[in-house]
Design a protein around this ligand. Structure first.
Ligand code: PSU
Ligand code: MN
Length: 306
């Protein structure tokens, strides 16, 4: 194990004994939601993992340390810090590390640190993807390249509908990243259950899915997997309402010249305002739902190895 890693005693013990462990990211805390809902959500995600028989490992950089498993005080620091905390992707990790600073890890950076610790399952809200204006801006999330190379399965509610979902799926196909629908044939669109776009494979229970993942990695087919888990029915947002809010938010971002890594946090916050908080409630519920599923798949996978 890398000496750069600082693994909490609880997570270290779980890894040692082969118990299922689920990684959780920290950008969703610092950049994806406002305080204090972000703190409450971080706690709820950990609880959902525990309720389904696995150990949560929230990942971040704190004081220049790669942390796997955060204390309540550390989670609170990232939650209160909000946009002032650095947002870290693959390119940023060595610099924040050696500067002794704090940083919230995106899907890409969380996958890297999870893999270093030997954690194969990770739950979040939605992965980054190909932005709608990518043909001119080339804005494609580094999450997709990470999925192409790092051996972690990411449970998400699809990709945020602020993206071009069709192009995101094309990109994943090119890079050999399987997209699995959990109890669905359709790639979910984060705030809503439907996109009209097909997934590659559908599974309805954790165990056969865990076996397929084991076969992939046993074959030496490196890289991640997207496990797409639709938002629970009760929180599914009508596609026209969310699409109207997204278009407005995108127009506002463009008018204000927001670009690069600031765009995703800007859009999430703007959509929350435009939907009167409904999108935030949906985001929290879908993330908790993903944490629960990741724990179940991690448990099934641990059972195969055991
Ligand atoms: N999903 C959420 N909220 C978020 C994100 C995902 O529900 O805030 C974050 C993730 O950390 C993801 C990042 O990796 O947005 C993508 O940012 P970008 O588009 O700049 O790559
Ligand atoms: Mn980007």
């Amino acid at each position: 194990m890398s000496p750069l890693l600082h693994i909490s005693p609880e997570v270290a013990a779980a890894l040692q004994s082969g118990m299922p462990v689920v990684a959780l990211e920290s950008t969703i805390i610092s950049h994806g939601m406002p305080y204090p809902q972000n703190f409450a959500t971080a706690q709820a995600l950990e609880q959902a993992v525990r309720d389904h028989g696995a150990v949560p490992a929230t990942i971040a950089v704190m004081d220049g340390r790669l942390k796997v498993g955060l204390s309540t005080a550390e989670t609170d620091r990232l939650a209160r810090g909000g946009q002032a905390v650095a947002k870290l992707s693959r390119r940023d990790l060595p610099f924040v590390l050696t500067q002794g600073a704090d940083g919230a890890t995106t899907v890409a950076a969380t996958m890297i640190i999870a893999a270093m610790a030997g954690i194969r399952f990770f739950a979040t809200g939605g992965i980054g993807g190909v932005h709608r204006d990518a043909p001119t801006t080339l804005d494609i999330s580094a999450d997709l390249q990470e999925l192409a190379r790092t051996d972690v399965a990411v449970v998400c509610a699809g990709a945020k509908a602020i993206l071009d979902l069709g192009l995101t799926l094309e990109y994943l196909e090119t890079h050999g990243v399987p997209v699995i629908g959990y109890q669905t044939d359709e790639f979910p669109a984060f705030y809503s259950r439907h996109s009209g776009l097909p997934v590659d494979y559908r599974y309805d229970t954790p165990e056969p899915l865990a076996r397929a993942l084991k076969a992939k990695w046993d074959m030496g087919l490196h890289g991640g997997v997207v496990i797409a888990n639709p938002i629970p029915e009760a929180y599914d947002m009508p596609a026209d309402i969310i699409e109207t809010a997204i278009r407005q938010a995108l127009a506002d971002a463009s008018a204000q010249g927001i670009k690069g890594k600031k765009i995703t946090p800007f859009l999430l916050a703007r959509i929350e305002q435009l939907t009167g908080g409904d999108s935030l409630a949906a985001n929290i519920q879908l993330a908790v739902n993903n944490a629960a599923l990741a724990a179940q798949v991690a448990e099934a996978y641990a059972g195969l190895r055991g």
